[in-house]
Design a protein. Structure first.
Length: 475
């Protein structure tokens, strides 16, 4: 039953994570959060009622846990995106760091607090506290300012929104590398989380309260790092924080099997919690600062899915290794794998993105002479003609690949650059989108860094005015 409860908590996040990100990008986030919190409050009140009269059983707990987890899953990306929406100009990076810190701290501190409440006051008090938390969040949400005005174009459908979000991440090199890095670190470093109950019971002879002490030590370290990590961004690069924190966490993992004194173990876990938080918060901040505003919630949902998936997979793997070879050997192997993973994935030039780089550039929409009655008609092909001096061909082609990547991120299904066989100095850039509405979205999504890439490409062109043609499929 315990494993089923864990599944009922994790499964909704996996099933609803990406759809929740699409919803958070397409609808009013404040209303979405209020709706989900009302649902969570209702289910938690039902849980309190059954616990109060002593009629709660395992299957009822399982069902209500699953229902609360579903409402929370729909809200998780909206929470992160809303935190960023509320940030004043110039503070977006700090807000992104805060939005990344919050779920990481909750993941560490929540179980420790729950264990403490159960031990001190019982499960009914725990359920009442959870209900009070949902009620408090509703009160605070009332004060949340409305988000900026949404684009005037009709919102995407759910399936198309999921496709466009995944396509954005597929064609963003920085995002792909950062997601790979966080998966490797969390999967290799999750041994402490998976094996800490065994360390408490077998190595230290602790019971439930002792395990809560160890878990609380990790939580204290996570909170200490969470409140200070943004200060590190002023003095250290993201790569330095990730490599230093990762190696530090590997060292803590390797030392845990040889420590038998409880207070020394607690100190080690506090340091480990700090290192864990510093690495995950920094990678999460890199990911969010490298995403355009229109897709930020979808990127956040995928980031959370990657972290939870890595934790789940790592827990199973390290548990199996500990069962066959021992706790000590599993932790030492984990420490080695953390370092190897950092060496293999940490060589990338990972850096925090800029608030201005991913701000949307105001565009003047193209008005076709032919009236398009149904904006869902398509596909639409766009061709842009360039004339480039012979000495700049290689530079032009290299730059065009970067522009092509940004076109695909913003919605292009296909992109190619062609050279005219009759006139070698003439090139044609051609990309395809699903419909006329998708072309309008493509234009609307362009960020400052996308615009700068296009301007660099245009600097190679010798023709004074570019010729751009747009075609719509009719047969």
């Amino acid at each position: 039953m315990v494993s089923l409860v864990q599944t009922s908590m994790a499964l909704p996040a996996f099933l609803l994570g990406l759809p929740s990100g699409v919803l958070a990008d397409l609808v009013n986030r404040k209303r979405l959060l209020i709706s989900t919190q009302i649902g969570s409050l209702g289910f938690s009140v039902i849980l309190v009622g059954f616990a109060w009269v002593g009629e709660i059983d395992g299957w009822l707990l399982l069902g209500l846990t699953f229902a609360i987890s579903c409402t929370n899953a729909f809200a998780m990306a909206a929470w992160i995106a809303s935190t960023i929406d509320c940030a004043p100009q110039g503070q977006v990076t700090a807000a992104i760091a805060l939005s990344t810190i919050t779920p990481n701290i909750a993941r560490v501190v929540g179980p420790a607090l729950a264990g403490f409440l159960i031990a001190v006051a019982g499960t009914t008090t725990l359920f009442i506290s959870v209900s009070a938390g949902f009620l408090l969040s509703l009160v605070l949400l009332k004060a949340l300012p409305e988000a900026a005005i949404r684009p005037k174009l009709p919102p995407e459908r759910m399936w198309n929104g999921m496709r466009s979000g995944l396509r954005y991440m597929q064609h963003s090199t920085d995002l792909r590398l950062a997601l790979r890095l966080v998966f490797v670190f969390v999967a290799t470093g999750s041994s402490i989380w998976a094996l800490l109950p065994l360390v408490a019971r077998v190595q230290l002879g602790f019971g439930a309260s002792g395990f809560g002490l160890l878990l609380g030590s990790l939580g204290v370290g996570a909170m200490l790092a969470g409140f200070q990590v943004t200060l590190l961004y002023r003095h250290l690069s993201a790569r330095q924080i990730i490599m230093g924190g990762g190696i530090g966490f590997a060292a803590i993992t390797a030392l845990i099997p040889v420590v038998s004194h409880p207070w020394i173990m607690c100190i080690l876990l506090i340091v480990g919690g700090m290192a864990w938080m510093a690495v995950n918060t920094t990678i999460g901040t890199v990911i969010q600062t490298s995403a355009a505003a229109w897709v930020r919630a979808r990127v956040a949902s995928v980031y959370l899915l990657v972290v939870m998936g890595a934790m789940a997979a790592g827990g199973v793997i390290w548990g199996a290794i500990a069962q066959h070879f021992g706790i000590q050997e599993a932790l030492w192997l984990s420490a080695i794998m953390i370092v190897l993973g950092l060496l293999l994935t940490g060589r990338i030039n990972i850096k925090l993105g800029s608030e201005t780089d991913f701000s949307v550039v105001k565009q003047y929409p193209f008005e076709p002479q032919t009236i398009i009655e149904d904006t869902s008609d398509g596909p639409v092909a766009v061709e842009i003609f360039y004339k480039v001096a012979a000495g700049n061909h290689s530079l032009f082609i290299a730059k065009s690949r970067q522009v092509g990547q940004s076109r695909r991120r913003n919605g292009a299904l296909a992109w190619r650059l062609y050279r005219d066989l009759d006139t070698p100095d003439c090139f044609v850039e051609r990309f395809l989108v699903d419909s006329w509405l998708d072309y309008l979205r493509h234009v609307e999504r362009q960020t400052r860094i996308d615009k700068e890439g296009e301007e660099e490409l245009l600097s190679f062109a010798t023709n004074p005015t570019l010729s751009t043609r747009r075609y719509i499929a009719v047969a």
